[in-house]
Design a protein around this ligand. Structure first.
Ligand code: MLT
Length: 266
């Protein structure tokens, strides 16, 4: 479905009982809402589940550059308002986690629970910013397909493609649905994002931190460092999974997420 939000057309799915409590899923980079398919299926019996393509990604409109992470947080809040979702639980993976952290700081009253998967609260280091610059150059030079294929090994645990051979091709499909400009804008926005570390101690809602045991991009120590700063947060490591823990071990990920959301909603 499509909704006009902040001057762009946003592509989204909304599933589950109309009166159930809402959960919003915010995807990672360089993916799209299709990367939440196993979670939409698992959650939609009990919750009203919104998954959407970030601006410039999947089937959502590109919008204007320069783009800051703040805009993605504004899009999330505006899409919720447009769909009359007063209050939601927020689940963000990696870049989706950066957006979730920022949206929660802006509008804490709009959220009843937060799940942060394979993400971090810190801003980019200088080294990471330079890698983003190289990423933008590579996208322009080689295009989305080559950029995505080169990224896959860092996104997945070594055994994930062996145990699930179709995962690689479905990820390439999701990545290739993106425009080079949309991904380049996202890299620049991530490079310029603020540091959310200081805000963690002030979070007053139930928080779950998830990480793939074999995540190389946001390793378990990063997840632990974030979880200890949030009062009462729960930390869960997902076995046999790398950075895309929701897709590499969806059974375990969904079990933990569903249990957390049901408890937080009770
Ligand atoms: C993601 O999965 O969203 C990215 O790895 C985030 C990042 O590049 O910082």
């Amino acid at each position: 479905m499509k909704a006009k939000v902040n001057s762009i057309s946003m592509d989204y799915s909304l599933d589950g009982p109309a009166k159930a409590r809402a959960v919003v899923l915010v995807h990672g980079f360089p993916l799209g809402r299709a990367s939440w398919k196993p979670q939409v299926e698992a959650l939609k019996k009990d919750f009203r589940v919104l998954a959407y393509d970030l601006r410039g990604m999947g089937r959502s409109g590109l919008g204007k550059a320069p783009l800051l992470l703040e805009q993605y947080a504004d899009d999330l809040l505006a899409l919720m308002s447009r769909l009359k979702l007063e209050k939601a639980a927020l689940c963000g993976l990696s870049m989706g986690g950066y957006i979730a952290l920022r949206a929660l700081q802006k509008a804490p009253e709009r959220f009843w629970a937060l799940a942060l998967a394979d993400t971090r609260a810190e801003a980019d280091s200088d080294e990471a910013r330079l890698k983003r610059a190289a990423g933008i150059a590579a996208l322009r030079r080689k295009g989305v397909a080559a950029y995505g294929a080169a990224m896959l090994p860092s996104l997945l645990a070594p055994g994930s493609l062996k145990s699930n051979p179709s995962l690689g091709s479905s990820l390439i499909r999701i990545i290739c649905a993106n425009k080079a400009d949309g991904l380049a804008n996202a890299l620049a926005a991530m490079a310029g994002r603020t540091d959310s570390t200081a805000a963690l101690a002030g979070f007053k809602l139930p928080v779950l931190v998830l990480a793939g045991e074999l995540d190389k991009l946001t390793p378990p120590e990063t997840a632990e460092g974030m979880a200890v700063r949030v009062p009462g947060a729960r930390l869960e490591l997902i076995p046999n999974a790398g950075h895309l823990s929701n897709l590499e071990n969806p059974g375990h990920f969904n079990g933990v997420l569903l249990e957390f959301l049901k408890k937080a909603a009770a």
